[in-house]
Design a protein around this ligand. Sequence first.
Ligand SMILES: [Zn+2]
Length: 216
Amino acid sequence: MEDTNSQTSESLSESESGAAKLPGGAKRVGAAIWSYIEKVGQFYWTRQGAIREYLIDFVPLYRSHRLAQHEIRLFAYQTKANASFDESGWRVRLPEWCVVCGNSDCKRVRQKHHLERLRWTIVAPIAALLISITIAALLNNPWMIPLVTIIGFPVGYHLTGKVDVRIEYYRCSEHREAKEFPAMRIFGDQLIIRTGNKSIRGKFLDEGRDQPGAPT
Ligand SMILES: [Zn+2]
């Protein structure tokens, strides 16, 4: 038993001394590359739900009709009395009813959000996959598929944009702490706002038609 232990500890110390011979610069570069890969991987891992939702938005057939009744879809090119978009981002004013339950006894909330624009986050890896298949076919080398596809992820990570949204909405005392609504996401040039009560959508659309101008 003692022999085995001593052999193990010897071989360990050998490999340690081998690693120690690596120049400090190479070790630092290796650590930096690894931490970058981790950062990009973590970025995509934590956005699985948002990416799935974005892909579903592409195919209206898969969207839940019930959820769509709770969603307000705004287009960047359309200015309404209660919603507008310019280079500083979106400004939106929801009706004076609770965004969760539609109750009328409410307090106003004003917030600023930074929403991610996931278009390139998704398009870059898909484009890299298509390019990789072409290169693999031209070079007759299937290894080009993973090698080129993987490049799409850091590209998508760096091209992920942000959009500012200034929103004004209302909460009743019961839902003062309910954070799940309004849930917002960006799809292409659209801002999609999900509320907890479908009457908010109807009231919002009515108020948008009421008077010209935009919220300030
Ligand atoms: Zn409420």
